[in-house]
Design a binder for this molecule. Sequence first.
Ligand code: C2E
Ligand code: CA
Ligand code: CA
Ligand code: CA
Length: 278
Amino acid sequence: AKSAGRNRFHFFTRALGVAAQERLQQEQALKSALQNQEIYVEYQPKVDFSSDELVGVEALVRWRRNGQVVSPAQFIPVAEDSGQIVEIGRHVLRTACRDACEVLVGPLFSVPVAVNVSIRQLTDPGFIGDLKAALAESGLPGHALEIEVTESVLMQNMEAAAEVLGKIKALGVRIAIDDFGTGYSSLAYLASLPVDVLKIDKFFVDAYATHPKNMAVITAIIDLAQHLRLDVIAEGVETRSQADFLLAHGCRCMQGFYFSRPLSLAALQEYAKRMQTE
Ligand code: C2E
Ligand code: CA
Ligand code: CA
Ligand code: CA
């Protein structure tokens, strides 16, 4: 038993060592990715299903590594741990503001671009300065930018979150609570935040048909948004029946593969033009 224990210990430290090594390698790779401009942004349309109008886009970061696209779900956690998320986030913010000025905000129509922000970014002392700089250098008006913060991030550090959200709001920038319904926010806390949009998590959109309780969660979020006078949007809409269900329950704005996958800037431009003329 003793030797088995020792073996297990051995195995454990070795596994940790490998994991730590992989982390370090990922960090190094991310560092050169930023330098070599392998980090770029795609845009997923947000659509009003009742009128088929483009109502916004979400910027989603991508890493092209040796010709293959790495998912943000893989490298954001690493970047979050190492602090590299601050630099990556700054790059995404600047790119999104510049692209939005070129494509989304014009004399014909104007929709906001949403950028995801993690806890590390939100609580970075330079964040508000970066935000101001991105708006100033692109010329994008504050109301054409939206910050998406996940519900769990807000719950992690409520006081700090409330303070920085106030500063974001003071720039005229809109605030969306992402993955809403998964983080058990207290309603009193939610009502006290300067929030503009609730974004219903894909989990509920997927599961409403199989589990009646999820249907109740969706309709409760839509009601809550109406009572608090917030906009509401559903993410991860993949089928016509999901879209029909959401619309029937008063949620007009949606995002998901049913409407479009995330697109390059050029493809987004085509998509926006097509929607306008249809
Ligand atoms: P999220 O903010 O919840 O973004 C939605 C994710 O769902 C995106 O994955 C999007 O491509 C995907 N998606 C959209 N519609 C559908 C659909 O109909 N079906 C399915 N199965 N998926 C759909 P992506 O781009 O891989 O991003 C994953 C997560 O990484 C994001 O989740 C967000 O939390 C994070 N992320 C992405 N870009 C950034 C960024 O610039 N900064 C930070 N901090 N996080 C980011
Ligand atoms: Ca998001
Ligand atoms: Ca989300
Ligand atoms: Ca989600």
